[in-house]
Design a protein around this ligand. Structure first.
Ligand code: ADP
Ligand code: MG
Length: 448
């Protein structure tokens, strides 16, 4: 405690209309060793005045005064200077009045015929006041540090919120990066896969084209041989009449055995059918080559309709039982492109169309052009696309197929390829009715 009120000169304001009573009080206090100066007032007005200019440390107040009661004076103090303790010094006092005074804020009361109690009462009142002040100061201090703490907590919370937001942002960023990475990775895998598939196809095509070549040429030669033999046979037949009846009978037996007439007509059929079969094998080899196009990594002028046909041959097996294929080609001009890649796009669209058809349906392949663009359209009569799926179908990994059945990469890759060509894919779909995917490409390739 900084300074004890009782160690320095006290300022005592005495509200007392009887001067001798006041003197008696002062006498008592001095006797007890209290060091003080005092001022005595008699009226409420003078009392109020003294409160302000005398600035007492303590007040001794009588109860019965000429223009007020001690209670009223007490109320003034409590209202304007609650820090100044008041001790009532009175004549007789009823118990009720005493309780009332203590309730109103008096620190103590001393009866005038018991003045020996005055000094201890004053000291106690001052001590009480001092500890009340100390407590108030401590409370203030406490409140301040509490406020400080609260402010710090608030600041920390704010910092945390900001840090949290930053963290969340970072996490989102990371999520995006991971997704991009996954997409890039799968695209790389896919294009590696397609490249090796292309190489494989090209290898197989090469391997097959050799034997097909010599079988075709041998077949041609064989055909000539047979025709030669038949001509010789005809020559012999024209001279049959010159033979002996025995020889003629022997030959007729053999002729009957081998059924020469059907052999003669079969030989031609067999030869032309085999030739047709070989032509088909040759076409497949060509298509494989077209499809893989491993040789050309540069853009070349290419015929999209031919690309569609060779792609259709490749996926024919998957579609033939599902759908009737209708081609409505407009004879669009060649464009500069990577046909192998566009073939992959057509392949994905055709396979998707086939997969969209549950029982049996129709797939229409259309082409067309405007002044600046060409387009290829693949329409199916399948189950269509739900409106809520529409904006996600081009997302990598988006698939509605059962787990393991679809990668969800087909459209995303196709979209990338078409965009690389400066084009776009447009989709129209009616759920339950079917879908149309249209690949639109500029006639003039944009600069690479
Ligand atoms: N022709 C179509 N008809 C109906 N839905 C389609 C069609 N083409 C694509 N989709 C929808 O788009 C999704 C994504 O297709 P895609 O990227 O090729 O991946 P995947 O075929 O592996 O699922 C499919 O799962 C399907 O829901
Ligand atoms: Mg697909």
């Amino acid at each position: 405690m900084s300074e004890s009120l009782m160690d320095r000169e006290l300022r005592i304001l005495i509200l007392e209309d009887t001067a001798t009573d006041a003197e008696l009080s002062e006498h008592e206090l001095r006797k007890a060793g209290v060091y003080f100066t005092s001022r005595r007032v008699e009226t409420l007005a003078a009392f109020k005045q003294a409160l302000n200019d005398f600035k007492p440390d303590i007040i001794l107040s009588d109860y019965n005064l000429p223009d007020c009661t001690g209670l009223e004076a007490l109320e003034v103090v409590q209202r304007d200077h609650p820090e100044v303790p008041v001790v009532m010094v009175t004549g007789v006092l009823s118990d009720i009045a005493a309780v009332e005074l203590i309730h109103a804020g008096a620190k103590d009361y001393v009866l005038k015929d018991r003045l020996a109690r005055l000094a201890p009462a004053v000291q106690r009142a001052l001590a009480m006041e001092q500890s009340a002040r100390a407590r108030a100061a401590a409370e203030l201090e406490l409140r301040k540090s509490h406020d400080d703490l609260e402010a710090r907590v608030r600041q920390r919370t704010a910092e945390w919120t900001i840090a949290n937001a930053a963290l969340k942002l970072e996490k989102e960023e990371q999520g995006k990066l991971i997704k991009e990475l996954a997409a890039a990775h799968s695209q790389m895998l896919q294009s590696e896969m397609m490249a090796s598939l292309g190489q494989l196809a090209a290898g197989v095509a090469h391997e097959i084209s050799d034997p097909v070549g010599f079988v075709a040429s041998n077949l041609g030669t064989l055909g000539k041989c047979i025709h030669g033999l038949l001509r010789v046979l005809e020559a012999y037949e024209s001279h049959e009449g010159e033979l002996s009846p025995e020889s003629r009978a022997a030959i007729a037996g053999i002729r009957q055995q081998v059924d020469l007439d059907s052999t003669r007509s079969d030989a031609d059929n067999l030869l032309s059918e085999s030739m047709a079969g070989l032509q088909r094998v040759k076409r497949i080899v060509l298509d494989l080559n077209d499809f893989s196009h491993v040789k050309s990594q540069d853009r070349q002028m290419a015929d999209l309709e031919r690309g569609l046909d060779s792609t259709l041959n490749i996926v024919w097996n998957e579609l033939k039982d599902k759908a009737e294929i209708v081609k409505e080609y407009a004879g669009i001009p060649k464009i500069k492109c990577l046909l192998a890649q566009l073939n992959q796009v057509f392949m994905h669209l055709l396979i998707n169309a086939g997969q969209a058809i549950d029982e049996h349906g129709r797939i229409t392949i259309r082409t067309g052009e405007t002044d600046t663009e060409v387009w290829v359209e693949i329409e199916d009569t399948g189950r269509g696309i739900l409106p809520e799926h529409m904006k996600r179908i081009f997302d990598p990994f988006f698939t509605t197929r059962p787990a393991g059945a679809g990668t969800g990469l087909g459209l995303s890759m196709s979209n990338d390829i078409v965009r690389e060509h400066g084009g776009r894919i447009e989709v129209k779909s009616e759920f339950g009715r079917g879908s149309v995917f249209r690949v639109v490409l500029p006639k003039e390739a944009r600069p690479e």
